[in-house]
Design a protein around this ligand. Sequence first.
Ligand code: THU
Length: 142
Amino acid sequence: MADNLTKSEVNRLIDAARLAREQAYAPYSNFPVGAAVLINDSEIYSGCNVENISYGLSNCAERTALFKAVSEGNRQIRAVAIFADTDRFCSPCGACRQVIAEFGRDVFVIQANNRGEYIINTIDELLPGGFTAEIMGKGAGV
Ligand code: THU
């Protein structure tokens, strides 16, 4: 089990997700989302949703942030924060849950709303019974 996140790590991640949301390209849904990924206990990568006229090609904020981190050589994902400007929490979609779970069952997922509230779960709690490397008889790739 990963160490719990500190309050300052949680706040830094939510701030980064809120800022990243401002870059969202969401002309079809008009639902801009920001996300931020914490690597170990220091570096942060952020991302936004990027939509496409061929709707199915749209990419969620979480996957944008994750792919940025991994493509820069960072696989030690400790936490992912998600922010949308709503009073509800922005729950990660099934595809993003599967992609987050690739980097460890104990990755923390922070859902933050525009009231300054947040909830934290592990990805294992959000994707129980997900498809894993063990099912294929392989060790985790990370
Ligand atoms: N979206 C995200 O980026 N993250 C989520 O957790 C939920 C949904 C995006 C996808 C799409 O661009 C828009 O929000 C509406 O679904």
